[in-house]
Design a protein around this ligand. Structure first.
Ligand SMILES: [Zn+2]
Length: 407
């Protein structure tokens, strides 16, 4: 078999295209395959599909293909332009690649499969791609995937912020909690960041939404109120966001008290920062006993800690009135605690109580879809090559969007 025929077969090149010549560049480790076509072939207009006459050719272009053995394989062709009576002169589509790509569809598919499983750096090195090429492949894949997405009914949403570059920049991420996938990613955490999400839904989809888990963050609240019917019944402030706030208050109390104690030569609170913030399951038995002595003491930090623990019991109630009674009792205690940091958070919870207790109806938190958060962490960790937010955004869609990415 001639090398030309061999390459026609392994590349899947068929009429009107054929392989004109194959050039092996041993030193560079490359195979260059030059394609040509029969002279009198009609070319379909990319717009309407009508068979048109050949107008001219574009200058020669090349596409990286899957390697043949250990050789990097590159296709070359001059792409014809069709002369459509209706749409004018248009570049014809080629069967082996998508428009504007510098890779064949098969190569892109390979790169996408690898990118789903390994870090961008590993794939770039393994396939000999630059960062820009990796990002371009991912971006095209995401665009394809988003276009192919079907209109599905979504019951529960999670709105979450993700920091980028140590909290200097933020992204707003909207999750489909039941299916564990990312629906939307936008820059920043302003009202406008979330406002952009709603027009991606149909009116029917919007009406179907039962609940939205979110942080106590006014810009998000404003966006939801503006776009979701009966928003007040549907917004659920995230349990872990509340816990984080209360944890901050405990830590503030501890820092102040530790300073005061140290002045009197009392080192009891030294090195205990994380003990006050972690849950019981994270202690080993002897550490837990040690901590029990501390938390039963008359220290202010112990009181702040107890307040936090009692507040978190709100999420265990079944009945709304019982939860309200518990909060009323807790709020009285907290507001008389003489711990300014706790009093401040207690007021915050009181203001937001209505939409903390909606948890009893909907039972959702932003951790409902823990797999998304873990995956986004992985994306962040494995993507040191991100030069900008746009690449990070695309990577989140790519890995967490459950999209059909293949060309
Ligand atoms: Zn046409």
């Amino acid at each position: 078999m001639q090398d030309r025929q061999l390459y026609e077969q392994i590349l899947g090149i068929g009429s009107p295209w054929s392989v004109d010549r194959v050039e092996l560049r041993l030193e560079e480790g490359e195979v260059h395959v030059y394609l040509g076509h029969a002279a009198s072939t009609p070319w379909p207009c990319p717009e309407c599909g009508r068979a048109c006459s050949l107008y001219d050719h574009q200058p020669e272009r090349s596409w990286r293909h899957l390697d043949t053995c250990q050789y990097r394989t590159i296709l070359h062709a001059e792409v014809p332009r069709a002369n459509c009576p209706e749409h004018g002169v248009r570049t014809a589509a080629v069967s082996w690649a998508q428009p504007h790509s510098r890779f064949t569809a098969l190569f892109e598919r390979l790169a996408i499969d690898w990118l789903l499983a390994a870090s961008q750096q590993a794939v770039a090195e393994r396939l000999g791609l630059s960062w820009d090429e990796v990002h371009a492949i991912m971006e095209r894949a995401v665009r394809r995937g988003l276009k192919r997405r079907k209109t599905e009914m979504i019951g529960y949403l999670g709105v979450d912020e993700k920091s980028f570059r140590k909290g200097h920049k933020y992204l707003t991420v909207v999750n489909d909690l039941a299916r564990g996938r990312v629906l939307y990613v936008a820059e920043d955490r302003k009202q406008s960041s979330l406002d952009g999400f709603w027009p991606t839904l149909t009116e029917e989809q919007r009406a179907w939404i039962q609940g939205v888990a979110l942080d106590m963050w006014d810009p998000y609240v404003r966006s939801i109120r503006k776009h979701l019917p009966n928003a007040e019944e549907k917004m659920v402030f995230d349990k872990f966001h509340v816990a984080q706030h209360l944890g901050e208050a405990v830590d503030k109390v501890r820092r102040t008290e530790h300073k005061q104690l140290q002045e009197k030569g009392d080192d009891r609170l030294k090195g205990t920062k994380y003990d006050w913030l972690k849950s019981r399951g994270k202690f080993d038995l002897s550490k837990w006993r040690e901590f029990c002595t501390l938390r039963r003491s008359n220290l202010k930090t112990a009181r702040a800690w107890a307040l936090k623990e009692q507040a978190m019991k709100l999420w265990d109630f079944t009945y709304l009135q019982a939860a309200r009674n518990h909060f009323a009792w807790w709020y009285r205690w907290a507001s008389h605690s003489r711990l300014p940091a706790m009093i401040e958070k207690a007021k915050m919870l009181k203001t937001h109580l209505q939409n903390i207790l909606t948890y009893l109806t909907h039972g959702i938190t932003n951790a409902t879809s823990e797999s998304i958060n873990a995956k986004i962490q992985w994306v962040k960790y494995t993507a040191r090559g991100f030069r900008n937010l746009e690449n990070f955004k695309n990577a989140i869609y790519f890995h967490c969007g459950h999209l059909n990415l293949t060309p």
